[in-house]
Design a protein. Structure first.
Ligand SMILES: NC(=O)c1ccc[n+]([C@@H]2O[C@H](COP(=O)([O-])OP(=O)(O)OC[C@H]3O[C@@H](n4cnc5c(N)ncnc54)[C@H](O)[C@@H]3O)[C@@H](O)[C@H]2O)c1
Length: 442
């Protein structure tokens, strides 16, 4: 089998390398020349655990190659995957499909032999139909179901564990309208079929909606536990125990019940917005999703207020040290990370910010200004009025608390990820403010 992956970002690169690991010949295409040059010389443009080794092994075997030339890459392939970005359209929250359609039209120009065009990007209901229309408009000689097939195969991988998620997914969703297309997808995912991975074959529109419904549901779970955390603080309960008590119920499940600074990243915010817009467009409003977005947006200001309150109600001129900038650990992705809004709000209230993140600082520098960047967690602490943990990188889970105490102006940790036990802070004599749990006084 031979495929082309159009768009070599977080999803395209991981999917491409994993398919080549399955034994498929893969050519990854991107329009950014430097990205392809870097990949061709063995450099990995993103941080994703395990990716570098897998790219090296598969490129070395000759099964994985990289190109800027979409035309020659897609001709004579069994399938072409579209894995380009679908950001929020400025102003209205609809998914911006311009990259998807541009890619589809470019692909159409170079199709040779029956080819399955697979949308891996997250795209709203009806996008597959529009791709089909545009391909026919670009190439009136091509007929759907005879010369090409358009399939929806949404991707559910998570940054930070992307390879494991791709190799061992909970399920594969395929929205296809022909036996030929279903068969090509079955062959491509053969190793996963052999492992009895659940596969849902459905129609295109259902597959497209399944991805949005999944992301919106997970965003809802996060937002729900965050509101419960607020209530825990008001009544003196502990959200960790509430979440555990809820999560042990098999109908609820323990995942995505971690109270924190709200969801961010390149998917949940834009996908929730796009789903809400789809609901409006089709006269079927999604009130829960709209509320989730509003609550989550307010969450970032709430977290900044929490820091200010912990510092005695004002932070003008005070130094606040921030640990963790990426929207979650094990990625360098900073897109729509809560840290960016929290830092801006603290700066607006007059704080001086120092910050450290194991891999996210390069990207963060393009989003926040006037930050003093450190080389380690301890490097940013000198004279700080508060240490704020925003992303739960493993290296922040076992900090030397005595050292922290000696470096700070006053020992105060505001932990927005609840990664420490209350008892250890009490023992160490550190004032500790976390999310949905009782405060520990010094
Ligand atoms: N990042 C995730 O965790 C994740 C998970 C599941 C689904 N998705 C979805 O997958 C899609 C891609 O997301 P991503 O995070 O990988 O995006 P990304 O921005 O990291 O990568 C997209 C790539 O596509 C390239 N591109 C755009 N137009 C092109 C064209 N015409 N030809 C060649 N290359 C082109 C861009 O240069 C970029 O490198 C989105 O729809 C996203 O919602 C993302």
């Amino acid at each position: 089998m031979r495929i082309a992956m159009v768009g070599t970002g977080y999803v395209g690169l991981v999917s491409g390398v994993c398919f080549s690991e399955f034994g498929v010949d893969v050519i990854c295409v991107d329009k950014i020349r430097e990205k392809i040059e870097a990949l061709s010389s063995g450099e990995i443009p993103i941080y994703e655990p395990g990716l570098e080794e897998l790219v090296r092994a598969n490129a070395g075997s000759g099964r994985l190659t990289f190109s800027n030339d979409l035309g020659s890459a897609v001709s004579d392939t069994d399938a072409v995957f579209i894995a380009v970005g679908t950001p929020s359209r400025r102003g209205d929250g609809h998914a911006d499909l311009s990259y998807v359609y541009a890619a589809a039209e470019e692909i159409a120009g170079s199709l040779v032999g029956r080819t399955v065009i697979v949308t891996k990007s997250t795209v709203p209901v009806g996008t597959g139909d529009e791709i089909e229309r545009r391909i026919v408009k670009t190439r009136p000689d091509l007929k759907p179901g005879r010369d090409f097939d358009v399939v929806s195969n949404p991707e559910f991988l998570r940054e930070g564990s992307a390879i494991e998620d791709f190799m061992r997914p909970d399920r594969i969703v395929v929205g296809a309208h022909s036996d030929y297309a279903r068969d090509v997808l079955r062959k491509l995912y053969r190793p996963l079929f052999l492992r009895d991975t659940p596969v849902l074959f459905t129609d295109r529109c259902t597959a497209e909606l399944t991805k949005y419904a999944s992301n919106a549901f997970l965003a809802t779970k996060i937002t729900f536990i965050n509101e419960i955390a607020n209530l825990c603080e008001a009544v003196g309960a502990d959200v960790q125990d509430v979440a555990r008590g809820m999560g042990l119920d098999g109908r609820i499940g323990s995942k995505f019940l971690h109270a924190g600074p709200g969801f961010g990243g390149s998917c949940f915010p834009k996908d929730a917005a796009a789903l809400a817009r789809t609901g409006e467009d089709f006269g079927s409003p999604l009130q829960i999703v709209n509320t989730v977005m509003a609550v989550n947006t307010g969450r970032r200001a709430q977290m900044a207020d929490k820091v200010i309150a912990a510092c005695g109600g004002q932070i003008r001129g005070k130094k606040i040290a921030i640990l963790g900038l990426t929207f979650k650990p094990n990625t360098d992705d900073i897109r729509d990370a809560p840290s960016l809004d929290i830092i801006s709000a603290l700066q607006a209230a007059g704080a001086r910010i120092s910050a450290y993140d194991p891999v996210g600082m390069v990207a963060a520098k393009g989003h926040v200004a006037d930050v003093s960047w450190g080389n380690s967690a301890y490097d940013i602490l000198g004279g700080a009025a508060a240490l704020v943990i925003i992303t739960e990188w493993n290296e922040f889970r076992a900090l030397d608390l005595a050292r922290i105490k000696s470096l700070m102006a006053a020992p105060l940790i505001v932990d927005l990820r609840n990664i420490y036990r209350l008892a250890e802070m009490r023992e160490e004599g550190i004032r500790y403010v976390s999310v949905g749990r009782p405060e520990i006084e010094q």
